[in-house]
Write a protein that binds this ligand. Sequence first.
Ligand SMILES: C[S@@+](CC[C@H](N)C(=O)[O-])C[C@H]1O[C@@H](n2cnc3c(N)ncnc32)[C@H](O)[C@@H]1O
Length: 247
Amino acid sequence: MSDSESTQIGDYRTSHIERGENYDRNLAKDPFDAYMCDMERVHLQRILPQLFPDGIARYLDFACGTARITHTVAPFARETIGVDLSPSMLAAARQRCPGVRFVEADLTRAAIDLGTFDLATAFRFFGNAQPTLRQQVLQVLADLVRPEGYLVLNNHRNPRSLAALFHRLTGGKPEMDLTHHALQQLLAKHGFQVVNSLPIGAWLYRSRMLGQVRTVDGGSLRREAMFGHRFLAPVAPDTILVARRRA
Ligand SMILES: C[S@@+](CC[C@H](N)C(=O)[O-])C[C@H]1O[C@@H](n2cnc3c(N)ncnc32)[C@H](O)[C@@H]1O
C-alpha cells in the first residue's frame, strides 16, 4: 500500500521535522491520500454541527501539521489552537490559517498551559506513531479535553483493512499495527468512549484499488454511504473515530 508518510520506525516525533514544504503536495499526488483528505473533510463538515449545535468554544488540533484539519474545523470554533513540534509543518500551517494560534511544542515533554478544550482532533497521527508515543499523547489529551468533550481522530493505517489483508495474501509485507479494536481499547484506557466510527474506503478491497481511486464524486459518495456503517470500520483502510471524554 502506498503512503507518502514515514513508516513506524524509530521515534515518530522526528518524522516531519523537514517535511512542511512538500507535505500537502505529496498528499495530493497520492490518489488514496487525496481521497481520504476529501472524505475526512466531508465527514467533519457533517458531524461537527451535530456534535456542537451551538458551535465549538475551544478547539485544539493536536499534531496539526500543515493545518489540513485545522482549516476544516476552525470555522466551527470560536477559538482554535494548533500544536505541532515541526517548525516546517507549522510554517505551512500559519500560511494556510493566518487567524489561528499555532504553538510549536511537544506536549508529551513540556507542560504548557493551554487550558481545556471542548474538542480536540488528531489526524494521521495514531496509525503512524510508535506505541509508547500513542500512550503518552492520549494521557496528555485526556487532561486537555474537558469531561464530556470530544476527541475526533482517525486511523488511516488499519492493518486489518480488506485491502491490507489482500496485500499480505499476495505476498506484500505487513505494514502498520494499529487495528480498529486496539485503538478503541487504547482510547478506553485513557477515559475516552468511542461513540461513533465512520469508515472510509471500506469498499476498496484490493490495495491496487487504492492507487486508482478518483477524487470524491457522486458515485464514490454513494458507495461511501452504502459501505459507511460503523460495523465495517474494522476492515476499512481509514476510519474517523468520535470519542467522548468520560465525565
Ligand atoms: C502525518 S502528520 C499529520 C498532520 C495533520 N494532522 C494532518 O492530518 O494532515 C503528523 C504530525 O505529527 C507531528 N508530531 C509527531 N509527534 C508529535 C508530538 N509529540 N507532538 C506534536 N506533534 C507531533 C509531526 O510533526 C507531524 O506534523
